[in-house]
Design a protein around this ligand. Sequence first.
Ligand code: NOJ
Length: 728
Amino acid sequence: MSRRLAFLALAALLPLSAAAQTPAEIDRRVEDLLGRMTLEEKIGQLHLGSNGPGFRPDQVRRGFVGGLMNFNDAPDVARVQAMAREGRNGIPLLIGLDILQGFRTIFPVPLAQAASFDPAMAREAAAIAAREASAAGVNWTFAPMADLSRDPRWGRAVEGSGEDPLMNRLFTAARVEGFRAGGLATSLKHFVGYGGAIGGRDYDVSEIGPGDLRDLHLPAFKSGVEAGAETVMASLNALDGVPGAVNEAMLNGVLRRDWGFRGFVVSDWDGVKELMAHGVAADGAEASRRALMAGVDMDMESGLFVRHLPDEIAAGRVPVSRVDEAARRILRIKMEMGLFGRPDPDPVAASRAIMLPESRAKARAAARDSMVLLTNRGALPFAPGVRSIALVGAMAGNGADQLGPHAARGWPDESVTIRRGLEERAGRAGVRVAYAPGCDAECRTTEGFAEAVRAAGEADVVVAVMGEPRTQSGEGASRVSLDLPGRQGELLDALIATGKPVVVVLMTGRPLLLGPRLDRVAGLVMAWYPGTEGGPALAELLFGDAAPSGRLPVSWPRHVGQVPLTYNRLPSGRPSAPDNRFTLGYMDESLEPLFPFGFGLSYTAFAYSDLTVLTPRAGVEDEIRVRVRVTNTGTRAGREVAQLYVRDPVATRSRPVRELKAFEAVRLEPGESREVTFRVAASDLGFHLTDGTFVVEPGAFQVWAGGDARAALEGRFEVVGGLRRAAR
Ligand code: NOJ
């Protein structure tokens, strides 16, 4: 093995601090380097440029650029790193890219991964993505997204882990660990409250009360910091009128002072420049000054730091010590990552690191474990009598949409489409598949409907792949409607009218509504954007080679007018009473979701019994243990996600009607029964008062165990003592 290959192999195995230097040694080296740098060079480190029209090789060569984004090929990265070495100090570049669900081998989108209720899978997906990307010379991902998103109209909900703060915490930490293990630095984004953009409108403001901010939105960022995130990205949007890039209380206060974060803060794309449009800075100079002083260390793309900070410093409006501090933080991360002296990426090694068969196999398993079976009227798995399938839907036949938005370097040609996956599996069983897309992915015309209907009429079962092409999901893809876009609803009506059983497979990043059609379909599978191996994964489930086991990480509304709708809402002083209109609810729609959080069907059934609270009285330092028996009462093996919910019925501030506090997946053979013991630290039952004080209040708690947020098996325990920690 060549030395370079040996290094790459080693780098892939070691965490980022592979350089094996003590923090004190790193600090010494950073100070030494800083001492040799000019002010211009230090400010240069604060600039993150991008591939594209604004790319300035001359600036890189002079050492006036700290990082570059959107370079993702080994030769390109090697070229720009060589340019950086021409600078007086030869400081290596951070090479950043949005790597979310994969680099080349694409896993299911982050929200789908959450549906597996398996953070270890998300950790592994991140590690594989990171290994592929770092072999190509990328060393920094703008991920994970830790925003708690509770509004499916917001397209970016697809990038997160759903509506629940515990899930968000666990998945965020797992992803940080995975990316780091694979050799990438991470950027927790978007600090903070972006997921609360009102109306689900991307880039709009967030209005989040101080208690909810600390209880719901901050915990995932904290867990990401604790997992070792090197950088944090300031949100583009404003929280209570304060844009993320000038939110000093959050950046310098919560993040640095309270949590001890030692990495650096990067703005989002043009986030410094947009301070002017936000109306908090009159010009670029003020925007730069305010962002830097609020705690932003690196300016993504706008170039305003480079343009204005020299004058701001000369005029005494920005202390040079603040520039030193920001440059110090950036250099320290570069040294901790071992970027100095790291060999350039080697194209041959990079091409050998991608799309490994074992990575594909993991992506397939992840896709299978994250799909959620929502409705099944006996259509699934396919019975032996099914000899022919009509496959409808453009997204079943193109390899691009299944990769989802932000698919880094995922190549549509390398996807195994649903069409191919189904044809191959059906072929082995001697089952015919007739493919008729019906319309293109946007489904704006009906010309192809007749052929699809004909195919449906000739088949034993219809599989209709519908949803949102990936351009209708992710950033800038907010919607007012949760209906099937384009004319897909009409297509579905026409398929249903054939009288053949129709299984709808949704490819999308948010719950979509079928309306009354839902009662007429034979099955509904939420496949999300399942990634490179989505086709075979779906085929395994449809044919019953494996049983579905994904569970919803979001509440699925009945009507778009209900959103935001979450299972863990706060109680009302007027709890819903069906026969009293002056209680919580709507006149024209139920308050209940269509499918609750945590819900998903299997090909078998599970029963819960014998709930026992093993710790009826617990102190705040203790762990609460609750045991329950889970039994597979059906005739097939399956994986159940057992869930534990808690409520604090009387507290200083209203507590949610239910909160997920623990879950555990169990695989059970038919008739098999197993005890699951959930463990919850009593300190996890705490919450924040509106002044920021954290409290665990003594008293009685209710607890439920079951297979979704409606879990009915109930117990009680008591917390004695209590805890109170003042906000700093
Ligand atoms: C803007 C997005 O908000 C952010 O999430 C992303 O990392 C950057 N663009 C860079 O692509």
